[in-house]
Design a protein around this ligand. Structure first.
Ligand code: ZN
Ligand code: ZN
Length: 463
């Protein structure tokens, strides 16, 4: 039996809370579907892991409800049978939800009896199991998974993913070096921060600034993805790199592994010598709770843009644009975009170029054809290397990590993470541009893709 956890996406979390409110003191019920993310071997614990990601929510209609009170709810099962058929067709896991407006987030004996019967029906239909959620009047949520009518497992680890982030997990002893941080955020938020499993995609300028930040925030499980080696031209901005590392072209992942080991702050770092989109990265990314996109490659960004949608894992993307114009004026921008349900994606914001992404993919898969197009000057991307200065790249990393912290702690207000924040260093200001999602965006506006989890082909992408 794999380790189980659950990702509850913001729109479904608010539907659960509305169900409580609509019941006005009486119990109510609803149906959900969940996508599945299977991880054959968790990169930190080594065990197999199955994550459920919320995909849809539908309240049981008033007319289907047979009886209800503050302590019970019963409803006709026609809707349940149709939920099972939908789950079968989609290869997803069905879920039932009910509220405990006056009670606690724990299952009653009556719940045990009712759900065992529903779990039996689900198994007879050929489904892998049944999820059950209960939300209490105080907002606490409990989840369990019925593998069969006689076998159920409580799911303790719940990530709520949206502009606001929360992570429920068994709390562990907090490292004492975090005392000053606890004084600001308090025990509960601090505990949550340290339980997030963080991916840093790209171990270059912004990645090498992000990784030590999450390490000093007390993160225990992290992963870094990069397949480049240290070059002399990186030394102006690659934190931790020495001249010796550049001379022997040390892989960037090895540099980061060394720094983490030397610091000895309890962070376990997994290194992946591959770009985010390659198959060897998928499992590690699927096991994470937040992904910092520190790469300037458009193909990687486009991949993570879609990945965030399918797996419900928040992706925090950062980008820099720096130039000095002919008239001597500077344009210096750092951008942070948070990819969570409810925020427009990178395509809608125009922050990623599908054409550049195609060129990068071509360079990887067919270098000959790429060189030919380059010679014919058909390519957008390949110009001189763009300028980069350490104080700006490091500040972009701080902005991104702080955005994530605002989602957990609410330090910048109840709305949590902003969708996009742009810092103009040359104008000494911050802007929060409002992008509307494009009505037909294939990524962030398709109901099918939200929390879809594993599908074949991966992310439903051909090539
Ligand atoms: Zn109950
Ligand atoms: Zn979009």
């Amino acid at each position: 039996m794999p380790a189980l956890d659950l990702i509850l996406l913001a729109p479904h979390g608010s539907s659960l809370r509305s169900l409580l409110a609509e019941g006005a003191g009486h119990e109510r019920a609803g149906y959900m579907l969940f996508g599945i993310a299977d991880i054959a071997r968790d990169p930190w614990q080594g065990v197999s892991r199955r994550r459920f990601i919320s995909h849809t929510f539908e309240p049981v209609s008033k007319s289907d409800q047979v009886s209800e009170s503050a302590r019970h709810v019963t409803w006709q099962t026609d809707g349940f049978m149709s939920l099972l058929s939908q789950a079968m067709r989609a290869g997803m896991v069905p879920g039932i939800v009910h509220t405990h407006p006056a009670g606690v987030a724990a299952f009653s004996e009556q719940d045990d009896t009712n759900e065992a019967e529903l779990a039996r029906t689900a198994k007879l239909k050929g489904l892998p199991g049944l999820l059950s959620l209960v939300i209490a009047g105080n907002g606490d949520i409990a989840v369990r998974y019925w593998q069969s009518e006689s076998k159920k497992t409580d799911i303790a680890r719940i990530l709520q993913s949206g502009p606001n982030l929360s992570l429920q997990d068994c709390s562990r002893d907090q490292p004492t070096f975090l005392d000053r941080q606890v004084r600001l955020f308090g025990e509960a938020s601090n505990n949550m921060i340290t339980q997030f499993r963080c991916a840093v995609v790209g171990g270059g300028a912004t990645g090498s600034a992000t990784l030590p930040l999450v390490m000093r925030l007390g993160i225990r499980c992290a992963a870094v993805f990069d397949r480049d080696r240290v070059e002399e031209s990186n030394l102006n901005r690659l934190h931790g790199a020495t001249r010796h590392d550049a001379c022997r072209h040390l892989p960037k992942t090895e540099l980061h592994a060394r720094l983490v080991k030397e610091a000895d702050l309890g962070m376990q770092l997994v290194t992946v010598d591959a770009w985010a989109g390659s198959p060897e990265s998928h499992e590690v990314l699927k096991a994470c709770d937040v992904i910092f996109c520190c790469s300037d490659d458009h193909a990687g960004r486009l991949f993570l843009n879609r990945f965030a949608r399918f797996y419900g894992i928040p992706v925090i993307d950062m980008g820099l644009a720096m130039q000095r114009r002919q008239n001597g004026h500077f344009d210096l921008f750092a951008r942070v975009t948070t990819l969570v349900p409810g925020h427009p994606c990178l395509l809608c914001g125009g922050h990623v170029s599908p054409r550049r992404a195609r060129e990068e993919a071509l360079k990887r898969t067919d270098p000959g054809a790429f060189e030919q197009l380059k010679a014919e000057a058909y390519l957008l991307g390949e110009g001189d290397p763009s300028p980069a200065v350490v104080s700006f790249t490091s500040e972009a990393a701080c902005m991104a990590v702080n955005e994530w912290l605002s989602g957990i702690t609410g330090f910048a207000g109840k709305a949590g993470m902003s969708a996009t924040r742009v810092r103009r260093f040359h104008a000494r200001d911050d802007r929060f541009p409002q992008f509307e999602a494009r009505p037909n965006c294939p990524c962030c506006q398709s109901a099918d893709t939200l929390g879809r989890g594993d599908v074949l082909p991966f992310l439903d992408m051909v090539n």
